[in-house]
Design a protein. Sequence first.
Length: 198
Amino acid sequence: MKILVNTTSPYARIARIALGEKGFDLSGSEIVNPWGDTPVLLEHNPAGRVPTLVTDAGLPMTESLLILLWLEKKKPDPTLLDGPLDLVISQAGRAMGVIDAMIHILIGVLQMDPNFGETKVGLRRRRTIVNGFRALDAAPPVITGAVPHIGVLATIVALDYLRLRFKDAPWVEAMPNLDALRAQVAERPVYKSTEPYL
Ligand SMILES: N[C@@H](CCC(=O)N[C@@H](CS)C(=O)NCC(=O)O)C(=O)O
């Protein structure tokens, strides 16, 4: 199996953390530039997006949460759903909404208009980020099993991405509870080895 990723994508990081937590070897990760039309990426994924996982049989798997779904079935133990299921899925969805909003702003700013963040759509996405993190910090996901569940995973990936891309943004609020959660996963090898960088 190999997985095509880049060093910043929160979606790629979700897939990498899930694989690592389930004991898959990540040495087959290949860093590609999703905006550079890298041939190997387009060959396996017409959308040209990371993560793209290619099975040993050559079958491409795309979409971070589908990869996670596939993994849960493929290797149920350890599970990434260890916790109160409804709450875990609700929290993961909240974190994914924040991730989608951050990516939307980034794509707008980097690929279209440097002022995209101040446009009507950009400001809506900012509101999603602020309100989403506020809600997550007010009722943070809790690690209940041996392996942090998807609600924790997606929240930490969102938080680290915020700090990578929006660290100087004046609208970013303090998140003491999420910082405390971050400290709890800090020593987990796959969280460390996949920390995003530019
Ligand atoms: N829904 C997809 C989103 C994947 C995605 O948008 N990845 C970005 C990197 S953060 C990408 O490859 N973008 C390139 C492009 O949109 O052309 C998932 O969950 O995997």
